[in-house]
Design a protein around this ligand. Structure first.
Ligand SMILES: Nc1ncnc2c1ncn2[C@@H]1O[C@H](COP(=O)(O)OP(=O)(O)OP(=O)(O)O)[C@@H](O)[C@H]1O
Length: 273
């Protein structure tokens, strides 16, 4: 079991701001991680580092056994699947759904004159099928709903058969039905032993799909907790991470959280009034 990702005392600074501060994190083969934290915690910066798009200001990042700074990132990046809103914004709205997935083979976002093998076309169709959007393959990307777009982006991120797949807030902007469809699709991906290592970034514990194994909780650029989900999804760790008193509940393989009411926080107060 080799390390897929290894962060050793990693810090990122911009001007006087410390965005990540002494982060240690180790991800191994077969694991499915969720990175949780409030706005501004440093999650996007973690994504940039883990997808070989940024170097740390201090400390070491190793990705798939290669040390950042000592590897050609252009060789490394195809081994890392990434689906993020920033990448989706670069996909031309007039591109067909099939081409959105196919063009990932060349690491481009618009089809030009590349020739694709029948094998590639077959794989793109299979991936669209796996995310229940095969019947949209001829549609233009710009005409899809947000939920459909998210699933097409994940199919695209899997096209190069990456060893690690990073999903940066895939649930953002989805309605309840869209979120639940996405969570179910990601649950199936997590259950498949042939899937790459998965890293899901989110603000919401409700978006953690079944089958996810580990959690990294971030606040103000620091790790609040890291380890098996059942160990880190405690009211104490999550309350510290989000800076408010939370009630955390587990329902089978899903989670939910809400702020405690004033009466729940101060039960003695009720008797005084
Ligand atoms: N280039 C920069 N210069 C200064 N501050 C920065 C820079 N990039 C990010 N930051 C700050 O670092 C902090 C962490 O940013 P980051 O985008 O990683 O957080 P995040 O957890 O992804 O937040 P969100 O959930 O809102 O997307 C934020 O306070 C952000 O304003």
């Amino acid at each position: 079991m080799g390390d897929v990702l290894q962060f050793d005392d990693v810090s990122v600074r911009r001007g006087t701001k410390t965005i990540l501060d002494g982060v240690n994190w180790s991800v191994e083969e077969g694991e499915r991680w969720v990175v949780l934290g409030p706005n501004g915690a440093g999650k996007t910066t973690i994504v940039q580092l883990a997808s070989a798009r940024m170097h740390p200001s201090a400390g070491q990042v190793e990705i798939l056994g290669e040390r950042m700074g000592a590897v050609d990132v252009f060789e490394l990046r195809p081994r890392i699947g990434l689906a993020s809103a920033a990448l989706a914004d670069r996909i031309p709205g007039g591109e067909t759904v099939l081409d959105v997935v196919l063009t990932a083979s060349y690491g481009v976002t618009g089809r030009w004159r590349e020739n694709y093998e029948t094998l590639d076309v077959g794989r793109a169709h299979d991936l669209l099928g796996a995310f229940d959007v095969a019947d949209l393959s001829g549609r233009l990307f710009g005409t899809l709903s947000e939920g459909e777009r998210k699933r097409v982006q994940i199919a695209r991120a899997l096209m190069t058969d990456p060893e690690v797949l990073i999903l940066d807030e895939p649930g953002a902007g989805l309605d309840l039905g869209g979120r639940e469809e996405l969570v179910a699709a990601l649950g199936e991906l997590a259950a498949d032993v042939y899937s790459p290592v998965l890293i899901l970034i989110t603000h919401h514990v409700e978006e953690i799909p079944p089958g996810f194994t580990d959690g990294l909780l971030l606040r103000d650029g620091k790790v609040e907790a890291s380890g098996r989900l059942e160990d880190v999804m405690t009211p104490q760790d999550l309350s510290r991470t989000f800076g408010l008193d939370l009630l955390v509940e587990r329902h089978g393989e899903r989670w939910s959280a809400r702020a405690l009411t004033r009466d729940e926080r101060e039960p003695e107060r009720r008797h005084v009034l």
